[in-house]
Design a protein around this ligand. Sequence first.
Ligand code: SF4
Length: 435
Amino acid sequence: MSKLINPDSVYALVANNKGEILDHPTWKMLGASGLESRRPEARELIPLPEASRLFFLPDCPALGFDPESRKNRPINRLEGAGNTPLKGVAAFLPPAYSRFLLPAVTYNKKAYTLPLWAYAAVGWSDEVGYVTCACRIDKNRQWEAEFFDDVEVVAGVDEQLALYPDNRLINHLSRCAVDYHCFAAKNFFLGRWECPLPVSPTCNANCIGCLSFQEEEAVKTGESCPASHERIDFVPSVQELLEVALPHIEVAENPVLSFGQGCEGDPILQAGRICEFARAVRRVTTRGTLNVNTNASLPDKVTAMAQAGMDSIRVSLNSARERTYLPYYRPRNYTFAKVMESLERAKKGGLHLALNLLVMPGVTDSEDEVNALLQLVDKYKINQIQMRNLCIDPRQYFDLFQHKFSNPIGIINLIDRLRREFPKLKLGYFNRYLG
Ligand code: SF4
């Protein structure tokens, strides 16, 4: 167990317009649960993980704890920082880390929408360096940047494009690997671990934080920010899917084949193609985990995919409560009840059932949300929860809801409660190879 970091040794951070990050000489680091700032507890603090990024939040003044007045106050001026308005600083943590607190800033002066990143609290300790509020929730190291050598990736791309020049899916994945630096796509060209199989150009949801689609008008008005990925614009044939999947299953360590990627709509709308694919693979081999990441909006399709030979399903949810789900997912022609029915069908069909839980401090750990989540985990016998840090502008997210989120218990306590009440439940960040 590493030594606890004393919150009194961690100072608040600001940035100036020269791009310099400065720590306050006396005011302490704060974090935010929802839009409420608070002091972090020692057990919530860890050194900022390698491969984290730092962001400046223009027009969002940072808050710090002033030990003299014992108040949380905005940092408007700081000796040596210059006379221009000071900005808040946030961290973006690498995959595998579960964020406990948002950056403590005020958003009132900001007239733009922050891009789709998961902003986390960050401070400075002379002893440790940068410090954040998080824990490593998944021990799987296969998604760490050090394992992705782009020279090898490019060699793999050249090899695959030469082998299958007409395969549209391999062409698409080569762009994902080289332009978007998608680790799953790089895995395919490196012949190991989880390989992506995007199949769907469309979606029947309209998530506020969708990585592959943002409404043009909303982007124009600044209400939302541009999507970070282009959606696939064709449905791969079974042959194209097999040319990717079968060689991967043959050569890869822990092969997982996953439908439902950031560069597509929702694969459930192409369940027919997925079923054809699964039957074709299982006629050839029993090896590999066939997985689908989805909004699970169509229960009959979930049953069909289970019967066709898929092994696991990961269902995307920001909440176990309809009133919190609807404003974010903005479903088109499906209901929250259908998603719940899909959880039941998945279990009945023998699928490994994971939740892609979109976690937001101040929402996910609020009293009513926690109770609903515990009931859902118990009712549907969830196998794994992937505690995903929701990538969105916190102000934009909180403005979605009419209802309040009261009595947050802290993400760290939510994790403890899930582990205590469901010893068999796996908590993590990544899809599992099921052997
Ligand atoms: S379900 Fe996925 S693809 Fe569809 S809108 Fe939401 S994030 Fe985008």
